[in-house]
Design a binder for this molecule. Structure first.
Ligand code: LFR
Length: 490
């Protein structure tokens, strides 16, 4: 019997067919499609109609391949949402990198203090969190909120279109910064202090809970019938962390894609002052766990650099960018990848150069120098954040698990091991899709729990080990990097 995971990422969306043969998972990518933001009247939005068509195409392809999936689940990146009025989507959902939230986090936290928000929710301060997106709507488009009777996040919206049922999902809901960390449900007090309607936010389903079936018309169109749909870890990072092939309860992970999410799993949120100062987050996880982690800007900076140079007619493949980085001189200049200047789309070359000059470094000129600067800075920042994770959790990690598409960049994996002075275990690549599948099997009672799922994942997918090299050189570089980034931060 097969099942389907839809994983909607920043570079593409995918439909992955999964089969469980004994204690081995087999996966097959049956459909891949574009999932870029669309620019409408100067704002970045999701193209939901396109995505819905692609989901249906994925289902039809499964049918054409002779498979009759027994369930499906959808995951995507966090924080984005749509508003429903009278059963209809009121507006194309905004993409979180849209500029409309500029300054909103400062406005909201001036009204409700940061320590109060963090103490209640345990969620890190990112300018695009749903709470600040909703505050922007309230200021800029209040009529929209007045018309809305329901708030749904992206996978929930797509699930609604497939099943006709509106059900919110816990892991993704935590990223709104509107879920109370100890009650694990909507924080009605926070919601009403923001002057939002409590009735917008519906009941929450935990990952692995049944959440309806394909409507009869979609069942008929795709030829699949009324296939059950699960609420999975619908935040892609929740799914990716569920797929970390760790053997015991104490481990550190890096979900490596457009973003780099580095941290550990905990039973209870860590909402100490220190966690807030370090801007760590406690996002709801699969199996009742929390993900204590930090967002690192990630390969986004390199992806944007590539897009910019493609636009100038100087086109290199991603593999070529990595090769150019390998050949460029070592430890010449670094950025703090988490400086907010790197968040929005656009001209990374200028921003990287300006950052380097403003911190007393020589500005990288050539493509290889720019790419090297980004990848070394990421590896060094991973070490910094792993040390912070150890401080907060009181645990010691002997190495780092890396999952996600970014691990195809072997140079970054090796440099990460070098920077940490510890081994990196890289795999699986399709972390989010595999975690999505695993949670459906747990929901169906085919796999017992998260621990068993991880054991199955461990034996099903190749895990590549990177041993640290040139440790002394990287240690010295790390000390210099720390001084550079410390002096730069306010
Ligand atoms: C990764 C991710 C991160 C989230 C960011 C924005 O794809 O979901 O976890 O902080 O995207 O939603």
């Amino acid at each position: 019997m097969s099942i389907i995971a839809f994983d909607l990422g920043a570079s593409s969306g995918r439909a992955i067919l999964g089969r469980l043969k004994g204690s081995r998972i087999e996966t097959e990518e049956i459909h891949r499609f574009a999932n870029g933001p669309v620019n409408r009247a100067g704002h970045l939005h999701w193209d939901l109609d396109h995505l819905f068509t692609q989901l249906q195409l994925g289902l039809a392809k499964a049918k054409a391949l002779g498979s009759e999936p027994s369930s499906l689940g959808i995951d995507s990146w966090a924080v984005d949402y749509g508003l429903i009025g009278n059963g209809r989507l009121l507006q194309a959902p905004y993409h979180y990198r849209d500029h409309r939230t500029d300054g909103m986090m400062e406005r909201v936290t001036a009204k409700i203090g940061k320590s109060e928000i963090f103490g209640r929710t345990g969620i890190q301060f990112l300018p695009f969190n749903t709470i600040y997106q909703l505050a922007a709507v309230m200021e800029q488009e209040p009529e929209l909120l007045a018309k809305a009777d329901r708030f749904l996040m992206i996978p929930e919206l797509l699930r609604y279109l497939l099943t006709g049922e509106m059900i919110s999902e816990f892991t993704n809901a935590t990223t709104t910064q509107l879920i109370h960390a100890s009650t694990r449900t909507w924080d009605d007090e926070l919601i009403s202090r923001l002057s939002l309607k409590e009735s917008l936010f519906g009941p929450l389903a935990m990952p692995g809970t049944p959440a309806g079936r394909l409507t009869s018309s979609i069942g008929a169109e795709t030829g699949l019938g009324r296939v059950p749909v699960f609420a999975v870890g619908e935040h892609d990072t929740a799914s990716a962390v569920a797929a970390v092939p760790a053997a015991g309860p104490t481990f550190a992970y890096l979900s490596c894609g457009t973003w780099s999410l580095l941290g550990t799993e905990v039973d209870q949120p860590v909402t100490t002052r220190r966690a807030m100062e370090l801007n760590f987050t406690n996002e709801g996880g699969v199996g009742g766990k929390y993900r204590l982690l930090k967002n690192i800007m990630g390969l986004w900076i390199l992806q944007e650099l590539k897009r910019e140079w493609d636009g100038k007619g100087q086109t290199y493949s991603f593999a070529e960018w990595v090769e150019l980085a390998r050949q460029a001189p070592a430890f010449a200049a670094w950025i703090d990848p988490d400086d907010p200047v790197f968040l929005a789309a656009g001209d990374m070359t200028v921003r990287i150069r300006e950052f380097c000059v403003s911190t007393g470094q020589r500005a990288p000129e050539q493509p290889g120098e720019l790419a090297r600067c980004i990848l070394e800075s990421l590896a060094l920042q991973y070490r910094n954040v792993l040390e912070q994770t150890e401080q907060l959790s009181g645990q010691h990690y002997p190495g780092l698990h890396m999952v996600g598409g970014g691990i195809q960049n072997g140079l970054l994996c090796q440099w990460t091991a070098n920077a940490l002075g510890k081994p990196v275990w890289a795999g699986p690549i399709e972390g989010s899709a595999i975690g999505n599948l695993a949670v459906q099997w747990i929901g169906a009672g085919v796999i017992r729990d998260l621990e068993e799922a991880r054991a199955i994942i461990r034996s099903s997918f190749a895990i590549k080990e990177y041993e640290p090299r040139e440790v002394a050189t990287w240690q010295e570089a790390y000390s210099r990097y720390r001084n550079m980034s410390r002096s730069h931060r306010p």
